[in-house]
Write a protein of this length. Sequence first.
Length: 120
Amino acid sequence: MPINWITAFKLIPWSDVIEATPKLVRGARQLWERTQRREPSEALGGGGSSQADRLAALERTVQELQEELRSSTQLLEQLAEHNARLVDAVARLRVRTRVLLVLVAVAGAAAAGAWWRLAG
């Protein structure tokens, strides 16, 4: 079994993984920071705020939410692309493992046949 994991790690496009990781981490961190710093009461305004002030605050909040949605969508697209590359690598590994299993079975049968001939 350890050979399969070693082979799996060799097949993964590590240069792509390493190249994409900082962007993904940075995007996730920025998204988290934006989500955490928003105060829910800010959009509602104080009790004495005029209706125009409250409307302006709500419009700002909508803009911020739209920008956050765009950022989230971009981050999810990057993560999905990254995940697709990894899934593709694992699929190739699975095919190679099956081919190697068949080759080992054929080689084992050939070795058993040769041994049988020499012994008999």
